[in-house]
Design a protein around this ligand. Structure first.
Ligand code: C2E
Ligand code: CA
Ligand code: CA
Ligand code: CA
Length: 284
């Protein structure tokens, strides 16, 4: 019902709602945002799912839902082109609700088929600071009869640092529902340790930019190693993203990293391919 409401609402979102201070709203970008409003209503969006596994390869933790847009004229538009733009407008709200709803619908289908996976959804700054978000998450879980622990929300370090006090309040409320929380893109956002320690999060995701060249770049290796140690000292689990080779996976294993995600393990896949991947139990 929420999604329907937001769908209706986006019809009335006009130019006035766009952040006026944002001067990168070229006509082309404004057109893209108008199209995105339509995409939400007209089913041009879909999710891909990328697996996260235990670093020793023994089990699958779940999937991260990643948004895809099949534009009727321009074809596939990558999220890096429309999400940052949507984040500067109100559109990020209905967009995230669409993702949450679709991700939990899929989670429900998998769980109904006996595949007990967790699905992770990315939240933007605006979503985190939205008074409604906790109720909306709760309602979407209830609508799909998905237990809260089967949902994980990934929140970037920079989203949290945008307003640490409000972020902490919101995270505590979501955490109280039983939803898992992780800090995404860790290492890129200048948060203080003292602050991270207070957050009700289970996991830190080390940004892929540190992981990808870890074997060639000694600085990156040091950052990854110390992040793992730091997280463990704070009682947190660590996920490394951007694992593109077996050598990197083995290195992470040696460093005591907990989970891994990346092209070597599995690319983001359609829901059908993700389901097959799960059933094959490739990593179990
Ligand atoms: P992210 O949350 O850091 O997601 C990981 C990105 O890294 C994904 O890109 C994924 O396809 C890519 N990736 C995964 N493994 C590898 C690897 O081994 N090597 C390399 N080079 N890249 C890898 P994608 O799907 O293009 O998404 C880009 C970003 O867009 C995401 O970064 C996230 O910030 C944002 N995004 C995607 N879907 C959503 C969404 O539903 N909501 C929000 N708010 N943001 C989203
Ligand atoms: Ca993410
Ligand atoms: Ca990330
Ligand atoms: Ca990243």
């Amino acid at each position: 019902a929420d999604v329907a409401m937001y769908r209706a609402k986006t019809e009335s979102i006009g130019m006035l709602e766009y952040a006026p201070a944002f001067d990168k709203h070229t006509p082309k970008r404004l057109a893209l945002m108008t199209d995105l409003g339509r995409a939400i209503r007209e089913d041009q969006l879909l999710l891909h799912f990328q697996p996260k596994i235990d670093v020793n390869g023994r089990f699958i933790h779940g999937f991260e839902a990643l948004l895809r847009w099949e534009h009727p004229q321009h074809g596939a538009i990558p999220p890096s082109e429309f999400i940052p733009l949507a984040e500067t407008t109100e559109l990020i709200r209905p967009l995230t609700l669409w993702v949450l709803d679709a991700a939990m619908a899929q989670c429900r289908r998998w769980r109904g088929a006996g595949l007990n996976v967790r699905v992770a959804v990315n939240l933007s700054t605006r979503n985190l600071l939205d008074d409604q978000i906790v109720n909306q998450v709760e309602r979407i879980l209830a609508n799909h009869q998905v237990p809260a622990h089967a949902l994980e929300l990934e929140i970037t370090e920079s989203a949290i640092m945008a307003d640490p006090k409000r972020a902490l309040e919101a995270l505590e409320r979501v955490h109280a529902l039983g939803v898992h929380l992780s800090i995404d893109d860790f290492g890129t956002g200048y948060s203080s340790l003292a602050y991270i320690k207070r957050l009700p999060v289970e996991t830190l995701k080390i940004d892929y930019s540190f992981v990808i060249d870890m074997l060639e770049d000694e600085q990156d290796e040091i950052i990854v190693r110390s992040t793992i140690n730091l997280a463990h000292n704070l009682g947190l689990k660590v996920v490394a993203e951007g694992v593109e080779s077996r050598a990197i996976l083995e290195k992470l294993y040696g460093m005591g990293c907990d989970q891994a995600q990346g092209y070597y393990i599995g690319r983001p896949m359609t829901e059908a391919d993700a389901g097959q991947w799960l059933r094959r139990g490739e990593w179990s």
